[in-house]
Design a protein around this ligand. Structure first.
Ligand code: MCN
Length: 782
């Protein structure tokens, strides 16, 4: 049997999806199904004086209309689950429908249930809501000024919390030879998965069971929260995440529309479907980033970094979303020192309510922000002391041989050889040659820039004890069942919930190799709370390190049991057997053997089992890893800026990543490229924009610039594999590496290109207009 782990196999799940045979939430059609549409506020901040629904109710085909008052005693607010401790957090939970006041444009005020989606939509126009507009505050820095409108009377200054970690003694900065300080703005972005959110709810009034198909990255968390919000037992609530067309973090959060569809289905005793349209998605699905980060670095003239101090003013939006407080605090703050051995670090985050859509996780969640500020400030430091940015990195990167390395915030970087990764990237990019080329280009007035990012990321979320300590309202272990059928075919059940990442293939590779069977014989099932006892979902690049760890152990348990049965049949002791290439062989007598398939049949028919061995062949594991994993990488970006138009042309992008042991290099490369598209998208094009009054100005794809394939050069990716010691597969997560690495690599490159004009920093996205204006300003100064 050839090895399959580590092979670039095509994804098993793709033929179904690319031939249009997937089943997404919107594909579900049930008899007697009704449709829900949501009436949303057009104001960012307003008192609701009156809502008249009579005209909507009179429209033929409209079955029901619910307002905030109708449901306030029936659906509880959706709690945020990440209540970060020690920061006096004032949590404002999402209410199902606004009752007295709306706090952001797009907030739901009523829902219509009708016989068709179109009727439901038409009826929205017949609902008359009378508002008294209030002054709104959109930007977090404005929101904490004394004169700002207050959104909640019990949240003075709109400050939801102030969080602090680490401490830098004052004398470190006071005595430092070099201090660099810069304000960075991580602009607000939207996740924009191809499939928007949606739900189909079906209630059985006889049994009291509610089935909710929804676009979820973590169905068990959705079950936990919707059972609480709707007052229905977890045993009666089945959440199914069917095929999910991407999530990128936005489908972790627990929202209210799904709960409203479920409530309506129970109330009307008919199935109800709600599918978000793209405009609603821009308005109502969580946004991300939106953090103003001021970073100070203390260092020596010869390039040693002594301390990092950050202050992050983060916009939470109008409510505290599911993981809203954790992203700019724990996720961000613990990683502010990046991949460097910096003795001192301090992070402070101020979480601020604003009249905007709530913010939450988006691919990387806090780590791209942490990585951006450290990678930018390190490059600015290099600039200030006149040292090549590569040299500064070489001097400060965590050294090979010092793993596990504990950073000043207490994170234990698991494994790696950061120098090797950096050198491989420099070699692949032809760094020395590039610098020469740049010199020549500058002589000719061409603006060539080279940017470097040596990021490290915290992912593979677990262990549960840490989750408890940081106020994460759940566990972070993972659950896996490996079930061997009588025919020898294998079903794998995981508590994770992949939605595009490809574990249907990589997990099958692991099982196929362990059992010595074809990969076609293994099927992965996920995303159904009635089928899988528990799980915490797919996010934080945790599925491979954590759920994959559970998978490996569960598969080993199957082998352990199968060996006992084979030994019994072959009349030898289990110690006398070895299991290789799908056969249980007597050591020294390999012809005396049983195949995996034969033992699958024996175990399941149970005719002749050894004493004390139960029938069937199934292994289960709840794996709670001892620590997180820390992928590392060195990315090099080359750009050329057109001085006349400000257009940034991406000329080259090289990535070298260490994501531990790789299960499938094709999928891993795809994950890196996907993440890069989003990371580069943030650097150059994407931004969610509000007007001063809180109107969303980027509510369509005409206004929100998504990355397009034609904008990218051929990305040159390669890998270094340092197995992680914290899980049985030795894997680190890969899903978020690109979004974490790319923004600083690109912005460092553009700033390098603009160096002749004295430009130090520009806020992302680096649109042609912004870049052109900076060049004009630079020209004026020259
Ligand atoms: N893998 C591997 N070897 C490794 C690490 C990973 O072969 N050493 C493979 C995995 O087995 C899996 C894929 O790479 O097939 C990604 O695995 P992992 O890094 O464990 O990440 P998760 O599966 O937990 O996915 C979450 C991550 C996150 S946080 C976001 S956001 C994200 C992402 O992955 N959203 C995605 N990738 C996405 N890809 C798609 N298509 N759609 C999304 O919504």
């Amino acid at each position: 049997m050839t090895k399959v782990v580590g092979k670039p196999l095509k994804r098993k799940e793709d033929p179904k999806l690319i031939t249009g045979n997937g089943q997404f939430t919107d594909d579900i059609k049930l008899t007697g199904m009704l449709y829900m549409a949501v009436k949303r506020s057009q104001h960012a901040h307003a008192r609701i004086k009156r809502i008249s629904v009579d005209a909507a109710l009179k429209l033929p085909g409209v079955v029901a209309v619910y307002t905030g008052k109708d449901v306030q005693d029936k659906i509880k607010p959706i709690r945020s689950i990440w209540l970060v401790p020690g920061c006096d957090l004032i949590a404002k939970d999402r209410v199902p429908l606004a009752v007295d006041k709306v706090n952001y444009t797009g907030e739901a005020v009523a829902v219509v249930i009708a016989e068709s989606r179109y009727l439901a939509s038409d009826a929205l126009d017949l609902i008359d809501v009378v508002y008294e507009e209030l002054p709104a505050v959109v930007h977090q820095e404005a929101a904490i000024e004394g004169s700002a409108p207050v959104i909640y009377n019990d949240v003075p200054g709109n400050v939801a919390f102030t969080w602090k970690a680490g401490e830098v003694p004052e004398e470190v900065f006071a005595n430092a030879e070099v201090v660099v300080k810069q304000r960075f703005y991580e602009q607000r972005v939207a996740a924009n998965p191809m499939e928007t959110r949606g739900a189909v709810a079906q209630y059985n009034p006889g049994s009291g069971e509610l089935t909710l198909w929804c676009t979820s990255q973590n169905p068990h968390i959705h079950r936990l929260q919707y059972s609480e919000a709707l007052g229905i037992s977890e045993t009666k609530l089945r959440i199914i995440a069917p095929d999910v067309g991407g999530g990128f973090g936005a489908k972790i959060a627990v929202y209210t529309e799904e709960a409203l569809a479920a409530f309506a289905a129970m109330d009307l005793k008919q199935p109800v479907k709600w599918i978000e349209d793209r405009q609603e998605h821009f308005l109502a699905t969580s946004h991300a980033r939106d953090q103003v980060i001021t970073t100070e670095l203390a260092g020596t003239k010869d390039g040693k970094i002594l301390a990092i101090r950050t202050r992050n003013v983060a916009s939470l939006g109008a409510y505290l979303s599911t993981m809203g407080a954790g992203v700019p605090t724990i996720d961000f703050g613990l990683m502010v020192t990046g991949a460097y051995t910096i003795p001192y670090a301090q992070a402070e985050t101020i979480g601020v309510y604003t009249n905007t859509t709530p913010t939450d996780a988006y691919r990387g969640a806090g780590k791209p922000e942490a990585s951006y500020q450290i990678e930018r400030i390190v490059s600015l430091f290099a600039e200030k002391i006149g040292m090549d940015p590569v040299e500064v990195r070489r001097k400060n990167l965590v050294q090979k041989g010092s793993f596990p390395y504990t950073n000043p915030m207490g994170c234990n970087y698991d494994s790696g050889d950061y120098q090797k990764v950096l050198e491989q990237a420099l070699e692949a990019a032809g760094y020395a040659g590039l610098r020469k080329e740049q010199e020549e280009a500058r002589k000719n007035g061409r603006l060539l820039g080279i940017g470097i990012s040596t990021y490290v990321e915290l992912c593979g979320l677990g262990p549960s004890a840490v989750a408890g300590a940081i106020g994460f309202g759940g566990g972070l272990y993972e659950n896996c069942t490996v079930r061997v059928h009588p025919s020898g075919k294998v079903t794998v059940l995981t508590g994770a919930s992949p939605h595009g990442q490809g574990e249907g293939t990589t997990f099958a590779q692991v099982v196929a190799e362990k059992f010595g069977i074809p990969i076609e014989d293994v099927e992965l099932f996920h995303g159904d709370t009635h089928m899988i006892s528990m799980g915490w979902g797919t996010y934080g690049s945790r599925t491979t390190p954590v759920a994959g760890g559970a998978l490996a152990i569960a598969a080993d348990r199957v082998i352990e049991k199968a060996i006992k049965i084979a030994a019994h049949e072959l009349e030898v002791s289990p110690e006398e057997l070895k299991f290789e290439d799908g056969a249980f062989m007597v050591k020294g007598d390999p012809d005396k053997k049983r195949t995996f398939k034969e033992i699958a049949w024996s175990a399941n028919n149970a005719w002749n089992l050894p004493a004390g061995v139960e029938p069937a062949l199934e292994g289960q594991c709840f794996f709670d890893p001892p620590d997180f994993v820390y992928p590392f990488g060195a990315h090099i970006c080359v750009v050329e800026v057109d001085p006349d138009t400000g257009v940034v042309d991406l000329k080259k992008y090289v990535s070298v990543d260490d994501v531990g042991r790789i299960l499938n290099p094709l999928i891993v490369e795809g994950q890196v490229h996907g993440g890069l598209a989003q990371g580069i998208g943030q650097a150059l094009w994407e931004q969610t924009v509000y007007s001063e009054k809180g109107q969303l100005l980027s509510g369509t794809f005409m206004d929100y610039a998504m990355p397009k394939a034609k904008f990218f050069p051929m990305i040159e990716s390669s890998f270094v594999e340092s197995p992680s010691p914290v899980n049985p597969l030795g894997a680190k997560g890969v899903g978020e590496t690109g979004t974490t690495a790319a923004p600083s690599a690109v912005v460092n490159a553009v700033m390098d290109a603009l160096k002749p004009y004295g430009v130090v920093d520009l806020e992302m996205p680096l649109t042609p207009e912004k870049v052109w204006k900076a060049i004009q300003k630079g020209r004026a100064v020259k």
